[in-house]
Design a protein around this ligand. Sequence first.
Ligand code: ZN
Length: 459
Amino acid sequence: MKKTLGLCCLLFPVLTLGCSTTSTSSAEKNVEMVDHFADNAFGNPVAVVQHPAGQYHDGITYVSYQGPLEDPYVAAYNHETKEWLGPFKAGVSEMGKDPSRPKIDNHGKPTMMIDDEGYIHIFYGGHGGTPEHGDNPLGNHHYGANKHAVSKKPLDISEWEDLDTIPPFGTYNQVLKMDNGDMYLFYRHGAHRSDWVYQVSTDNGRSFTPPVSFLKHKRRDDVEGVDSWYPWVGHGQGNDIIVSFDYHLCWDRDARERGHTANREDLHYMVFDTDTKEWRNVQGERLPMPLTREVADQKTKVVDSGDLWTFNGAAALDPDGNPHILMNAGKDVGLVTGGPKQPIHYRWDGSKWVGGVTIGPLKSRADLMVKSATDVSVFMTYQDADGKAVIARTDSDDAGNTFGKGEVLFRHGKGSFAISALIDDAHPDARIIASPRTSDSKLKNVYLVGDNGPVQRKK
Ligand code: ZN
């Protein structure tokens, strides 16, 4: 820093006003900082469901997002030196390149995990695959190809290579690393008429078991449509994995003459014991796998959403092992996407599901952190009364029965944000990745936001 500024004074001896060779702090004041760390986000570059999109590890926060041509990008922030590295392109998506398909698909945004040897993995680029990829034995096709890339060196985001470990049909990747280093990759094995599956790696992601179905897609015999699902996976107690999910009836044609819509309903919950590979409901009853709608309706339902359309949200356990779940819900307004939704909090009190408390206004998206049996924090994005995009945190000290007014962490220009889930093992300064939500193909800024607002970068 001093060296550069000395050079500056030397080269421009007349313009020495902003230069100082004696005081680093006054020199640093003259470095122009910006709120964003990258300016090449494309489409909706992050979402809560593809998670985690970033991970904190040994003083550094690693983040990923969808960039130009729907390719995955990775950047890193050093919390000690306050310096950014990247972004670097980490792979090439099969989507986003075909001029005859100008609509941004947005399903292939990256999911990230660092293995026990420090290699950084991303899973990206998939939305069901195409018939050219061959027969999908567990569902239908749509677009793209699900891919797995890994950093060439540990904790080095500058060079990447693809690994051949997963089928091309997956989408909505979600990955968890267990305490013993095993990696569990969850995804939907195709377009929206497909099973949800998991694959396990016990060798730091160099190979994975074949896919195992846990949520079954199935043609209904009472109405013209297919059972389908949208889950969210998270860490449970010990080697358990918890899954909250909602149901999608994929109509051939619904009452409004619509085919596939974003109509989802109800909220469910179950637990996966990765030691025994057995699944159970919240009461501890063993579940037959892969789970069907008939069994789910009897054994795993948290709440019936009635006429509301849902969008699955995050789940987390309190220290007693009781789950807290966010369900996003809103009205059907005649559009295939449904109307705006808002997060609603539910929790298991040890003997029954309680809650139903609405958090945040319509069009909110959120993730939650449960610190104790009573302390619950929700990080969310919404549009405020002035139409500005906001990222805020709201806390409950009574297990979610009531939430505080909330604290705005970042307020941006007109519009709304797409946000990631909470970063894995997040540093308090760097909890969520955010970017303005738009439908055009202009490149946009990406932000890393924590308790002190956006993590800044030298311009
Ligand atoms: Zn559908």
